[in-house]
Design a binder for this molecule. Structure first.
Ligand code: ACO
Length: 402
């Protein structure tokens, strides 16, 4: 493939492939997807096995370093991360500059970009010890930044990280805890969030990961590249879909729970109306992550008194869509985000914050791809070509003649 690409470039041919539906931008050994069969593997390990037996921190190690860690490696990795969770005190003031009702995604992206101003000693992409340090700093500090963005939005004081806790537990405490009160971590909630992070941890060359790679290909530092990836994830067709699903379900509920009426609006292609959380560029069968998540949604939501009306709407919507020719013909199935919003909501996160949770999960994947690209001798600066469709050459007319 690579040799053929080089050959074509010499002949002057340009492939025209809007949305890169069929363009391989890189070779990668991180994640394998078979969209027809609904298979997802990280470094060769099936997602179902990782979901059942592993932890988010272990999966992060696996994605970044290529192998499951030994006990010692996992301990070292975990302890390094827990020693870097604090933010520079001046960075805390950064959050004051945004309006109280700011969406947390641009706040997160800006704060991650700002890491390259506060931690200038780890920016050199060609120095592996710099890359290691930036990797640990990101994994450790992004959850703290995310929790602070939330605290700022509800007007509560920031909580310093408690490094005796695990990554997910620490994040939950910083998000939902109060300084004067002990915060009791609900183990079911921590486990469910850890699982959701595992399921989001990588998905090969999706929009945000491709963004991280493209920005990084100019040798921009890791913080800058991840900050750009966070903004790519913000879009409603990508990470923003988890919030959009919940808004959609709430809209259906407000209309009396009429699933048929909504499906008809989708099928009539009413402007801006899509069945959010359905469809995927690569999966043309069931999204394997959605299968695992649906089970978790059942377990978590059944614990909430009276069950959940939105879950019922979601299930009816799924059933209705899966038996409808419009969705069958187009191979549209629930994707990872169809059920995640319901779980996040049950955990107490506000809708706007859902996409931040996606970013926390996807972080190790972005880092793994950036590092893989940087260490690959075949890497060149990303620079797509185009098919020019504008005016042919014409002569400049002075203003008085136009
Ligand atoms: N609802 C209704 N129709 C849809 C949907 C949907 N969710 N998704 C695709 N279609 C239809 C399109 O209208 C199109 O029909 P047409 O041929 O009659 O015009 C056909 O299916 C193909 O759709 P495309 O937009 O060409 O598919 P593409 O691969 O470009 O898009 C995407 C994939 C963006 C995920 C799309 O399915 C979508 O918008 N889904 C809703 C948003 C969403 O859930 N995004 C999350 C993706 S997963 C993730 O980021 C974690």
């Amino acid at each position: 493939g690579i040799e053929l690409g080089k050959l074509l470039a010499q002949t002057g041919y340009i492939t025209y492939d809007p949305g890169f539906v069929n363009t391989g931008a890189t070779a990668s050994a991180i994640t394998y997807i078979d969209g027809e069969q609904g298979i997802l593997r990280y470094r060769g390990y099936p997602i179902e096995q990782l979901a059942q037996h592993s932890t988010f921190i272990e999966v992060s190690y696996l994605l970044i370093y290529g192998e499951l860690p030994t006990k010692q490696q996992l301990e070292d990795f975990t302890s390094k991360i827990s020693r870097h969770t604090l933010l520079h005190e001046d960075l805390k003031r950064f959050f004051d500059g945004f309006p109280r009702d700011a969406h947390p995604m641009p706040v997160l992206s800006s704060a991650v970009a700002a890491l390259s101003t506060f931690y200038q000693d780890s920016l050199d992409p060609s120095d592996i010890s710099n890359v290691e340090l930036s990797t640990i700093r990101l994994l450790a500090k992004v959850p703290t930044i995310a929790a602070y963005a939330y605290k700022k939005s509800i007007g509560q004081p920031f909580l310093y990280p408690d490094n005796s806790l695990g990554l997910v537990e620490n994040f939950l405490r910083m998000t939902f805890g109060l300084p004067a009160e002990p915060y009791e971590i609900d183990p079911t909630m921590a486990k469910a969030l850890d699982l959701l992070f595992i399921l989001h941890a990588d998905h090969e060359q999706n929009c945000s990961t491709s963004t991280v790679r493209l920005v990084g290909s100019s040798e921009a530092n890791l913080f800058a590249s991840i900050s750009a990836g966070i903004m790519a994830l913000f879009g409603p067709l990508h990470g923003g879909a988890n919030s959009a699903v919940l808004e959609m379900l709430e809209g259906i509920k407000a209309d009396g729970g009429d699933v048929d009426a909504f499906v008809n609006r989708v099928k009539n292609k009413e402007k801006g109306v899509r069945l959010m959380g359905f469809g995927h560029r690569v999966y043309k069968n069931y999204d394997p992550r959605a299968k695992i998540i649906k089970q978790t949604a059942d377990e978590i939501l059944s614990k909430i008194e009276g069950g959940d009306e939105l879950l019922d709407i979601a299930k009816r919507l799924e059933e209705r869509a899966l038996s409808d020719d419009y969705f069958i013909e187009r191979k549209l199935y629930p994707n990872v985000d169809f059920y995640t919003g319901l779980i996040y909501r049950a955990m107490g996160f506000p809708t706007q914050f859902f996409t931040v949770l996606f970013a926390l999960g996807r972080l190790p994947g972005w880092i793994a791809h950036w590092r893989e690209m940087m260490s690959d001798p075949a890497t060149k600066i990303g620079r797509p070509r185009q098919i020019y469709t504008g005016e042919k050459e014409r002569d400049y007319k002075p203003l008085s003649e136009r």
